[in-house]
Design a protein around this ligand. Structure first.
Ligand code: GRF
Length: 232
């Protein structure tokens, strides 16, 4: 039995698509995307899920109490036997009860090098505007476990992306997004494999400070990003 994974997305769902495409390229992976969830009924992400034959659920959040949303979220997740959650452009705070039920079994991708340029209100172009305004020379995606605050949980993987002279928020967003699409599916695969074996997944940091227990996963990400990411 493969591990059922849920992907939560509010918008375009290009990271959901990257996860689906990567999954399809693997030989009998021990996990599958079982469910896509969105707070936006019209999200393109849900359409992508339907096209891939994956169950999609809209979960309205606006104007509801956190307890109410938590209850419905947990019902949906239990109904599908979900064992792991990947947030992919999901703009709502995950209620504490859901975080507690999926501690170290829920990840997010953020388009900057956390802990900088994260937190409430830091999403979409605002992140890249802030990176440019700060004069940062390097940015890049961060995958991290989800806790009770926006963008604060333990970091799993980051990848540096250069900021170029003449960048605007859109050119920068596009460069980072291309790397997200290479990094995030591999992070999801790495963690979902560990969970499917009943292991506590060890973080891996492809470059930088912590080069931990997962040399193979790290090398795989390095290869994919070097092959798939050419400087524009
Ligand atoms: C990505 O930049 C991701 O880092 C952030 O939201 C964006 C989602 O894009 N959390 P998409 O919906 O996957 O295209």
């Amino acid at each position: 039995m493969s591990l059922p994974v849920a992907v939560f997305a509010s918008g375009s769902g290009s990271n959901l698509q990257a996860i689906l495409d990567y999954h399809a390229s693997l030989d009998a992976p021990p996990w599958r995307v079982e469910l896509a969830v969105s707070d936006q009924e019209e999200a393109k992400a849900l359409e992508r899920a339907r096209r891939a034959g994956i169950r999609s659920r809209s979960l309205p959040v606006a104007g509801r109490s956190s307890g109410d949303v938590a209850g419905e979220t947990l019902d949906i997740l239990r109904f599908s036997g979900i064992g792991f959650i990947a947030l992919a452009g999901y703009l709502r705070l995950i209620p504490a009860d859901v975080v507690g039920a999926f501690r170290e079994r829920m990840v997010n991708i953020h388009p900057a090098l956390l802990p900088a340029f994260g937190g409430k209100g830091m999403y979409g172009m605002r992140v890249h505007e802030a990176v440019l305004a700060a004069g940062a020379r390097v940015t890049g995606p961060t995958a991290h476990f989800v806790d009770e605050e926006y963008d604060r949980g333990p970091i799993i993987a980051q990848w540096p992306v250069p900021v170029r002279a003449g960048d605007d928020p859109h050119t920068l967003a596009a460069r980072v997004l291309r790397v997200e699409h290479l990094l995030y599916p591999r992070v999801v695969d790495h963690l979902a494999r560990a969970l499917s074996r009943g292991c506590r997944p060890a973080p891996f940091s492809p470059r930088g400070t912590a080069f931990l227990a997962n040399a193979r996963a790290t090398a795989d990400v390095e290869r994919a990003i070097s092959a798939g990411f050419t400087e524009d």
